[in-house]
Design a protein around this ligand. Structure first.
Ligand SMILES: Cc1ncc(COP(=O)(O)O)c(C=O)c1O
Length: 307
């Protein structure tokens, strides 16, 4: 019996055969627009911006970015002006993600890919500050120590043995690793090709976080990367993943996004069939949201299939 909100048990024959209990943490239901891991990654960024009296947030992302979408909405909700620096050329009509961002009041600025690559440099950030005035810069994907801090608040229960999460920058995993209870472990599923490099990034994030003196509920607990379920790379899908996503929604009433959560859930189901998890394990799969991106992905898939 769980009193925590948004935890849903999944009745699956595959899990039953593996003698494992499956649960989903429905962060996708936190709020219609600012949900999933975005709520947690943005929380302390917005608080710092408010505390320092900034009135404008500036952030970066691709044209279908969940982070751009959530920052636009969060900025609007909490009284910030927002500027979204978008990778690549402007394409009209705007896709559903960017249309929503503009409706929330976000000003969009486009940088060609080469200039966009400089987004972490002081030179580009100075240029943006000169152009837009005093702005509080939130890095792409909310990937900073404030982001990690927020993600330490995702899991606040010792009820589960293994926490599974999709992984892009690994900010979310780092926060989860810093909040694991005794005996818990975290497994992250990179959605990019060759995701093993993330191990070093995670070590760096954890080291920097601990050195920063920001609050950490626990010492970093054990974590592992499972790199076999990227489906060809970031935002790449195939028919099997599309079928899985559709069947999962029909069977369990839980929609998944194609870029992140579908790959992680598929990976977990596959690992269950391989006997990867210990008998009687209680698994918690973190639904990190991202459902807004499905509209854009489905439109692109339709365009491709009609060519
Ligand atoms: C829906 C969704 N899930 C998972 C992730 C991966 O999070 P992280 O970049 O912290 O690894 C992202 C990216 O932020 C995301 O948008």
């Amino acid at each position: 019996m769980f009193l925590l909100p948004h935890i849903q048990q999944i009745k699956s024959a595959i899990a039953h055969r593996a003698n494992v209990d499956l649960y989903v943490l429905r962060l996708d239901l936190i709020h219609p627009w600012v949900n999933g891991n975005k709520w947690f990654k943005l929380k302390y960024n917005l608080l710092e911006a408010k505390q320092k009296n900034f009135t404008t947030l500036l952030t970066f992302g691709g044209a279908y970015s969940n982070h751009i979408y959530a920052t636009a909405a969060a900025g609007n909700l909490f009284g910030f002006r927002t500027i979204g620096v978008i990778r690549g050329e402007e394409r009209l009509p705007l896709n559903p993600t960017l249309r929503f961002a503009v409706e929330q009041g976000m000003q969009l600025v486009y940088l060609n890919r080469e200039t966009y690559r400089q987004r972490h440099t002081t030179a580009l950030q100075e240029y943006l500050r000169q152009r837009f005035g005093e702005v509080f810069i939130v890095p792409e994907g909310g990937c900073n120590l404030n982001g990690v801090r927020g993600c330490t608040e995702i899991i606040d229960t010792a009820e589960f043995d293994t926490i599974c999460v999709a992984c892009g920058t690994a900010t979310t995993l780092a926060g989860i690793a810093l909040s694991l209870h005794e005996g818990q472990q975290a497994i992250a599923f990179p959605v990019l090709k060759n995701g093993a490099f993330l191990a070093q990034e995670i070590d760096n994030l954890l080291t920097n976080y601990l050195a920063s003196g920001l609050p950490a509920p626990t010492k970093p607990g054990p974590w592992e990367l499972v790199c076999d379920f990227h489906f060809g790379g970031y935002a790449k899908v195939n028919d099997e993943l599309l079928r899985f996503t559709q069947q999962f929604k029909e069977a369990h009433g839980i929609p998944l996004d194609y870029v992140y959560t579908a790959k992680m859930f598929y990976g977990v189901m596959n690992l269950l069939q391989q006997g990867f998890f210990s008998q009687s394990d209680r698994l918690l799969l973190v639904h990190t949201g991202g459902l807004q991106g499905n509209a854009g992905m489905e439109a692109r898939l339709q365009t491709v299939s009609s060519i």
